[in-house]
Design a binder for this molecule. Sequence first.
Ligand code: FPP
Length: 247
Amino acid sequence: MDLKANIDLDKLPKHIAVIMDGNGRWAKKKGKPRVFGHKNGVQSVREISEACAEIGVEYLTLYAFSTENWSRPALEVNALMTLLVETVRREVKTLMDNDIRLAAIGDIENLPSKTQKALLEGIDTTKNNKRMTLVLALNYSARWEIRKAVQDLTEKVKNGDMASKDITDDIISQHMSTASIPDPELMIRTSGEQRISNFLLWQIAYAELYFTDIFWPEFRKENLYEAILDFQNRERRFGKTSEQIVL
Ligand code: FPP
């Protein structure tokens, strides 16, 4: 079946977020080191970015490194940081050719300086691209950004810049690292795990969650189309009844 042809382009999720999981287990299954899984995961990043841009998804956010990932063996952390630098540098041309803007969320200032530099250069070079925004979540965790938003807001209230009663959902959203990005409508996690793992907790209030057993290095365009079709077959009620949605 041609999955892509069945996608309703008028009902695409504007923003898809992905927890790219299973690199290590995929590599282990093949008798290879974990880093081999991460390296192969880059091809999936490429394919899924391309597929999203092709069909018209406006934002794609990938969970590439969490604040908790620092506790992995140093060898793996270093390999991931090197892979990020290499990938961002190598892919800037592809991003330019495809009119894709690179963005990042997370505690970027506390990434190794080489990673930061490559990332900021990529973001700057692609800043005027319009077709899609590819957001890398790096040194990111939802609790980190919520804590930061609370600190920023309490500081503003303390300084008399705003009153606590004026803190609305919108104001809180504006203090998240995703301030200029619409909330994801679809969140995908690969590898069979069914958890959110501290990813975009505020932003996924109404997102549809999609879990697949496929390990990230094997996730291909067809798998993305399947997730989008599944999303399009769900009824999104936002707290209302089915009858209210039909009307
Ligand atoms: C999760 O698999 C994957 C990661 C923590 C890293 C993802 C990174 C990449 C795909 C490479 C670079 C990405 C970009 C955007 C350039 P895991 O290691 O947790 O796997 P496991 O659950 O099987 O151990």
